[in-house]
Design a protein. Structure first.
Length: 271
């Protein structure tokens, strides 16, 4: 199918590559291999658009949903990815999704530092602390991209940014928005040294998020699903703010709260 690009065909569920792909769902094997899985047409396309060096691409025509997959596979192969064609059963074994679309790639993990970030004069950053659920982290990344954040900084992570569900929920935005993993103390010192104000969201605050000035150099700080922000950030942030709650619920899902806060900042910064 792919001319000059060699393709290895895999039909056995006992194939070593199939077994390795299944292992890569877990963090320790991912970290040991220095790789992570990128599953889905949109996710693979976005990885290639951002110049991510995919090492291997696994595909199964029996799962394809459209007609654009062969062109994307050609693009991946031209960029250096080794090609593997799996039958329907083998691909179902390695896929993370319940209904896969027949494309899964391996990409190298990266480690970026705060010092590597190149920021504009008035940066707009999102800092998240100890997010537990991969789906929430992926949605937060997607929201940060939509809001035009210059970077997402993950403090004291509980979930791995290379978790397959993070990649999936972010719809490949993981490749678009600079994402840094660090600890809270280092992040706070870095922000302070650059004159970037910090806005911490917490139900205990008296100021409403919509009343705060969210223009200029800004970092929005969001806490974990279960515990919210740590005492460190509640104490060190420049201004605590809250989202008003009219019903019986005392908090919002962290991804939803992030969207609300970020887009209030977008509204103000667009003035």
């Amino acid at each position: 199918m792919f001319g000059v690009f060699p393709v290895e065909k895999i039909t056995s569920l006992q194939n070593p590559r199939v077994k390795q792909l299944v292992k890569l769902r877990d963090r320790r094997p991912r970290d040991e291999a220095g790789l992570f899985m990128v599953e889905g047409y949109r996710e693979v396309r976005r990885a290639l658009e951002k110049g991510v060096a995919l090492s291997e691409l696994y595909y199964s025509p029996e799962w394809f949903l459209g007609e654009n997959e062969p062109a994307l596979i050609q693009q991946a192969a031209a960029a250096g990815a080794r090609l593997f064609e799996l039958n329907k059963e083998a691909f179902a074994k390695v896929a993370y999704r319940e209904r896969p679309d027949g494309l899964l790639a391996l990409a190298p993990q990266w480690r970026r530092s705060l010092e590597e970030l190149v920021l504009p004069a008035e940066p707009f950053l999102l800092v998240v602390e100890a997010i537990e659920k991969p789906g929430n982290l992926g949605t937060i990344l997607r929201s940060a991209d939509a809001a035009g954040c210059n970077a997402v900084i993950v403090c004291d992570p509980v979930t791995d940014i290379f978790n397959p569900n993070v990649v999936r929920a972010s719809t490949g935005v993981l490749f678009s928005v600079p994402c840094i993993v660090s600890d809270s103390q280092a992040v706070h010192a870095w922000l302070k040294a650059r004159g970037i104000r910090t806005i911490a969201t917490t139900p205990s605050a008296t100021a409403l998020y919509s009343d705060a000035d969210l223009r200029g150099p800004l970092a929005v700080i969001m806490g974990s699903e279960q515990y919210g922000l740590s005492d460190f950030w509640l104490h060190e942030a420049d201004l605590p703010v809250r989202i008003p709650m009219a019903g019986q619920a005392d908090s919002l899902n962290v991804a939803m709260a992030t969207i609300i806060t970020l887009f209030e900042a977008v509204r103000q910064r667009g003035k």
